[in-house]
Each structure stands twice: as C-alpha cells, then as structure tokens.
Write a protein that binds this ligand. Structure first.
Ligand code: C2E
Ligand code: CA
Ligand code: CA
Length: 744
C-alpha cells in the first residue's frame, strides 16, 4: 500500500479526478498513522516518501513553489520520461483553454503541433524525450478553440543517479508577437527590394538606407550613398523654389509626390516619379523620410515626342497652327492685363505654288525650311514664328508698348527686317532663287479676340497681295468696316440665288471684221438696298464661303438656257457664250458630271459654250485639270485662258491642255500702244497663240489705237468698251439688231 503513496507527491488539488482523490485520502490517512507511530520516512522504488512533520514541511514548501509557478507568465509543464503530463501551470491552461484536469495524465504530444511542413509529431517526441535540453525550440500548440499558438520552449531534464531521465520540465513563451514581427520584417525586406528605388533618410535628410534598385537606377552604391543627402542626385534642373515647396509639403502634409529631374553617378540626367513619405510617431515626431521612385525618362521622351508631333510642324520644326492658337490665346489674354500692344504678321510667299509645280515638292520643301530658319533668326527668343501650312507663316510679337503709333512703327520695322532677311537669294540645290513675301499685319490690344486677330491679319495680307505682292499692309479701321460689311454681305448673298437677285450681263466679243461672234456672261447682283453690285465685291466672298458652287451652277444653267433660245433665233444663231469658272467650282470632284448634266438638261449646243479658266485654277493641280478639261472638251465645249499673262505663264503646261483661246489680260491692253514691256507681252501672246494654234482675244479694248496695235500683230478677236459695255439681255438684243459698234 505504501508504494501507492508515491502519487501523493504529485497532488495538485485541482487536477485530480474524484476516484483518485478518494484513494489519496486513504493513503494519506495511512501515512499519518505511520507517522504517529514515529516513522519519519518510507523508502520506495520511486524514492523517499516523507512522513509526519517533515512531510508537512515539504508539502508546505511544495504548495509555495506551485503557487509561485502558477503566478509565472512563462508556461511551465512537468512531464514523465515517457511524455505523460504530470503538471501544468495556469499560464499553460489559460493559453490553450483546456483545464488542468482535462490534461493531467494525457500525452503531452497530443497538445503539440509540428511547425513547418517537414517536421512530424514523431520527430518532436524523439527530440523532447531523447535529445538534449532544448533552448527556445518552437512548436505549435493546440488550443481549445482550434487556434494554434506558437511557443518557444526551454527544457530542463531531471535524471536519477544512473543518469536516467526521471522528469522533464518545460518552460515556454508565447512567441506569436515575435513571429508576426519577424513575418513583418520578412515582408518589409521583400517589399524593400522592389523594382522601385527606395531611400530612407533621417529627419535631417541624411541617407540611412537604400535598396539595390536605388543603386541600379542611380549608379550609387550603399557605401557611396549612405551618410550623404539626396542632393547627391541633384541635376540642377529644378530651382530652389521647387525644393522649398517640396520641403514645405513634407513638413506640413507629411508627404510629397511629383516628377523630378535627377543626375546619375555617370552624369546622365534622368526623370523620376518620386513620392516621399514622412514616418511620424506620436512621441518623436518625424523619425524618417522614405523616398520611393522609378525612372520615367522613357515616358518623358515619348511624351515630348507626342507633344512635338502634335504642336510642331514636321518640316520646319516651327510651332504649328494648334500651338499658334494656344500662344495667341495667351498673348491676347496678356494684353488685356498689360494693355501693351502686340502684333501678328501673316506671311505668304509670293509665287510659291509656281516653284512647287515647276521644280517639284522637294525644292519647295527646302525653300520652306530655309525661309523658316531666316524668319526665326530675325525675331527674339521669346517671339513665336509658326507655320500654318503651305507657304503661310505667322510671326507673333508681344510687348510693343502702350501707344498705337509706337506699336505700328515697331511692327513695320520688324516687317521690313523680315522682308530683308528673305530678300537675299536662296540656294536651292545649286539654283539661285529670289523669294518675296507679302505680309499682312494686325495689331492687337486689350479686348481683342483670337478670331478677330486672325481675320484682321488675313485681310491685311489680302490687301498686301492685291497691292502687287512683295509688300506689307496693316489692318486699319477702314478694313474693319469692310470686314463688318462682308459678314452682312455673306448672309445676304446666301439668299441671293433663291430670291432671284442674281442676273447675267453679256458683253459682246467681235472678230477682226468687227462682227459679233459671241458674248461673255458677267454676273451681277441686284441688291435691294445697294443696287447693282459688281462681281468684284462678292465673287471673292462667294469663293471663300463656298457659295460660289451654287452660284456658278446657276450661271452655267442660265447661260445654257439662253444659248438654247438663241438656236432658233436668226439674230443669234451661231453665237457663243463664254462663262467664267472659278477655282473652287472647277476643282470640285463632280464638276465634269455637272457640266454634262447642265448640257443635257438645257439641250444647248455645246460648241457654242466656252468656259473661261484662269492660269491659277489650272496650275493648282495640272494633272487633274488635264483630265477634267479633256473630258469636257470631248463634249464639244471650248476653253479660253482668261487673264493670260498675269499668272505664271508657265509654257510647259500650256501645250498639254486642250485650250482653244488665250485672252490677253486687260492690264496689258490698257497700256497699248506705248508702254514697251506691255507691247512685248501682247505681241508675245499673239505669237504664242499662233505657234500653239490657239485663238487670241484681247479684253478691255477701249480705244481704236489699242485695236489697231493688236490687229497689226495678228490678234483675232476683241472685247471691250470700244464695242460695248456688258449689257442686259434685252439691251444686247437691241445692240445686235442695230449691229453698230458703239465707238466712243
Ligand atoms: P473678267 O473675267 O476678266 O471679266 C472682264 C471684266 O472686265 C468685266 O468686269 C468687264 O465688265 C470688264 N471690262 C470689259 N471691257 C472693259 C473695258 O474696256 N475696260 C474696262 N476697264 N473693263 C472692261 P466685271 O463684269 O466687273 O467682272 C469682274 C470679274 O468678275 C471678271 O473678270 C470675272 O473674273 C469675275 N466674274 C464675273 N462674272 C463671273 C461669273 O459668272 N463667275 C465667276 N466665277 N466669275 C465671274
Ligand atoms: Ca472672264
Ligand atoms: Ca479677264
């Protein structure tokens, strides 16, 4: 029985089942009896069993020791050599959630869980029971609520005289916080080594740590960077204000983000997207700054390229129309504040089209590039020189003072410089070329708009061109009035066809024997307020607005229906009508079909219809003109080359076009006889016509002397006030009946 006393040593009131408790009470009673008989101690196989006072003393000290152990925050377990749980302190039971009663006597390893994939429970048993003493060895621990704890164990072995393990004490610490912290560290370490460059500085901006991407991006190693400040990377592209604002944002908002140009160790400048965050703790304030950046140089380059393509003219590298509008908008807004005048120069190269057509587009492009360079050289750095397209350039000047006259003088001075710069001949692939400019200038001031400005400079350019090219014209208030009239006119003109306000006048054309062979149809606008408006005042507008298309069609239809009525009229039979065709009309895609349709509808005789084209209309696109003229010619219609001599007179194209007649421009006829150069021109045109088997007609013949000169040189036909002014249809009939030329 006494041997049964051995378990008495492990009494822990709470952990003993009721049956065992009963047994223990009996054993204790027996032991007390022995003690009362003077037995001090019994020796059992398990060791000595204390009796009486000694036993009481030990029990007392053991209770104290248990109390102490229970108060420890460390987890304490006492195990038998085969792993059976003998004792667990409160710290363990509270952490795992099982009671001591549930666990005492159970296998300790039921409570443990292996950590990591490779370790098994069997390995743990071996390690704990057969290995040496453990130090901070981590295992998992099963909990009542199925969660798992991570515990680090130290073990202490108690051995008997022969070195056999008799007891195993385990002391554990819940290391979950530590595990999480370690995990956090590992995550941070991985995050730190990303593609982005990272640098960590102290609050003074001294670099404490960098990652390897930092080294890859900047070229600076950790040894070189740590201890320095980020000014190590300064490119000099940002001004002090930039850095002040950055610091301001860091200190007041706790962060900054933006693009910054920096310099690598090898001196390369690069762009980075940088974000800096301040690390702040409540106790210490800012402890660190963390900078995170990546290289955006490639996207910056792409961005710049896109910007260049969108805002610059590819040929000349000058700002294009879009950028010019931007800058004009800014300039106009600036004058509203500053009240300073600015000026816009609308520049057009004279005869550029002819160069392009005769020498080819490469040469044309070369000239444009050279002109762009020279224009750029004349103006100041901050002034804008833009290319609108074709041979049109714009120069924009600002800050020309507050006085109108001063501003105008400055603008004229610059205009002269621009013309002078272009005046020196250009070397176009070994050929010397003289280029001339026409310039229209619009001054602008507070309260102007970009649209106004454009209109003004455009109008001034138009004036400059009409003034005979190679000249400079200012927009003036009289032009403004004209501009206003034009807008009203435009509105009215669009209604003119439908309101029956258009009509044709007819001017007779006579042959060498003064017989009327035909007429030229000349358009008039019967305006309700203005009276009879001559075409010079509205044809240009009609061309610009596109109204010329319906108007031109109307002219053609009217002329053809008149022709048809003449067929059965003895007075008119065989007479031709010449109809003027404008550039836009001729260039429209369906022009040939339109002419055919008008012929069909009117059933007029095509051989009595003549179309008057000018050289510029044909030169716009020679190939297209050949195709169209040939098709129309096939219908039986004739062509007359109007205003001949004033255009480019490029003979190379003349022979290729199906032209029946050359019309000597009235500006040459006016000076006959007497002005040498005009006499030569008139004679040359007549000779040319003979060579090319074309008829020649002179227009604007006002005097007998003119007619005589022309006749002497072999001119075939005449038109002008000498015979008749343009007449209404009824007046024409009267004229023909009388058949007497009205000599003045
Ligand atoms: P154009 O085709 O050169 O027409 C000749 C112009 O000279 C006409 O002016 C005519 O009245 C004028 N003229 C005729 N004989 C003399 C003369 O002896 N001395 C002077 N000083 N002038 C003379 P108009 O009728 O004012 O026409 C002006 C221009 O308007 C025409 O020039 C033509 O380019 C255009 N035009 C006229 N009718 C039409 C049309 O139906 N369609 C198109 N697209 N343009 C037209
Ligand atoms: Ca004409
Ligand atoms: Ca003419």
């Amino acid at each position: 029985m006494i041997e049964g006393a051995v378990p008495v040593r492990v009494v822990g009131q709470a952990g003993i089942a009721a049956g065992v408790q009963q047994k223990l009470s009996a054993i204790n009673a027996a032991l007390d009896d022995l003690a009362s008989e003077g037995v001090d101690a019994l020796v059992t196989a398990e060791g000595p069993v204390l009796m009486g006072g000694a036993r009481a003393a030990v029990t007392q000290s053991e209770a104290r020791y248990r109390h102490l152990i229970n108060r420890m925050s460390a987890l304490v377990a006492e195990l038998s050599p085969n792993g059976e749980i003998i004792y667990l302190n409160d710290a363990i039971t509270s952490i795992c959630g099982f009671s001591a009663m549930e666990l005492t006597g159970r296998d300790w390893f039921d409570l443990l869980l292996p950590l990591g994939a490779s370790k098994s429970l069997a390995g743990l048993r071996e390690l704990f029971l057969q290995g040496g003493e453990l130090s901070m060895y981590r295992t998992g621990m099963r909990c009542h609520d199925r969660r798992q704890k991570t515990i680090a164990w130290n073990s202490a072995h108690v051995r008997d005289g022969e070195g056999r393990l008799t007891r195993l004490f385990l002391f554990g610490t819940d290391v979950i916080a530590q595990v999480l912290a370690e995990e956090q560290l590992r995550v941070s370490a991985v995050a730190f080594e990303t593609q982005n460059g990272i640098l960590i500085t102290n609050p003074q901006g001294v670099i404490e740590r960098i990652n390897s991407a930092f080294t890859r991006l900047t070229g600076f190693s950790a040894e070189e960077a740590v201890g320095q400040t980020p000014s190590l990377l300064k490119s000099g592209r940002q001004d002090p204000l930039f850095y002040r604002q950055m610091w301001d944002s860091l200190l007041n908002k706790g962060g900054w983000q933006g693009e910054i140009w920096n310099k690598r160790k090898n001196g390369d400048i690069y762009a980075e997207m940088l974000s800096i965050t301040a690390i702040v703790t409540p106790e210490l304030g800012i402890t660190h700054f963390v900078g995170n950046f990546y290289d955006i140089t490639a996207s910056k380059v792409a961005e710049a390229e896109i910007h260049r393509l969108a805002y610059y003219d590819l040929l000349t590298q000058l700002p294009n129309r879009r950028l010019l509008y931007d800058r004009l908008g800014q300039a106009v807004a600036a004058t509203a504040r500053s009240r300073l005048y600015g000026a816009m120069f609308f520049i057009d190269l004279d005869n550029f089209k002819a160069l392009n057509d005769t020498r080819g587009h490469d040469v044309g492009d070369l000239l444009l590039t050279l002109v762009a360079q020279r224009l750029r050289m004349v103006v100041r750095e901050g002034d804008t020189v833009a290319r609108l397209g074709g041979d049109e350039f714009v120069v924009l000047l600002e800050d020309l003072g507050t006085g109108l006259h001063e501003a105008a003088a400055l603008a004229r001075h610059l205009g002269d410089k621009l013309r002078l710069a272009i005046d020196t001949p250009f070397d176009l692939h070994g050929h010397e070329y003289h280029c001339r400019l026409s310039i229209g200038v619009g001054l602008f001031h507070a309260q102007d708009t970009v649209e106004d400005l454009f209109k003004r400079a455009d109008l001034a350019l138009y004036e400059a061109k009409s003034a005979g090219r190679n000249s400079l014209r200012f927009f003036d208030p009289a032009m403004q009035a004209a501009l206003d009239t034009r807008s009203t006119l435009e509105a009215e003109l669009s209604g003119a066809i439908n309101n029956g306000q258009l009509l044709l006048f007819y001017q007779p054309q006579v042959d060498a024997q003064s017989r009327v062979v035909g007429v030229e149809a000349l358009l008039r606008w019967q305006h309700p307020q203005r009276g009879l408006v001559p075409p010079a005042e509205f044809i240009g507008l009609a061309e610009e607005t596109g109204l010329i298309l319906p108007i031109g069609l109307w002219v053609l239809q009217t002329a053809c229906s008149v022709l048809k009525t003449w067929e059965n009229n003895a007075l008119h039979v065989g007479r031709q009508i010449a109809v003027n065709v404008s550039a836009r009309q001729f260039q429209q895609a369906g022009f040939v079909a339109q002419v055919q349709a008008v012929l069909n509808d009117s059933a007029a005789n095509p051989s009595c219809l003549k179309l008057e084209l000018t050289e510029s209309v044909v030169l716009e696109n020679v190939e297209d003109a050949i195709v169209k003229m040939t098709a129309i010619k096939k219908m039986g219609i004739r062509f007359s080359m109007d205003d001949f001599g004033t255009g480019y007179s490029s003979l190379s194209y003349l022979a290729r076009l199906p032209i029946d007649q050359l019309k000597i421009d009235q500006s040459f006829v006016a000076n006959l006889p007497g002005k040498n150069s005009d006499e030569t021109i008139a004679r040359t045109i007549i000779t040319l016509g003979r060579e090319l088997s074309m008829q020649v007609i002179a227009e604007g013949v006002e005097t007998e002397a003119q007619r005589l000169f022309l006749q002497k040189h072999g001119c075939h036909a005449y038109q002008g006030y000498l015979y008749s002014r343009p007449l209404r249809l009824d007046a024409l009939n009267e004229f023909l009946k009388a058949h007497t030329p009205c000599r003045s």
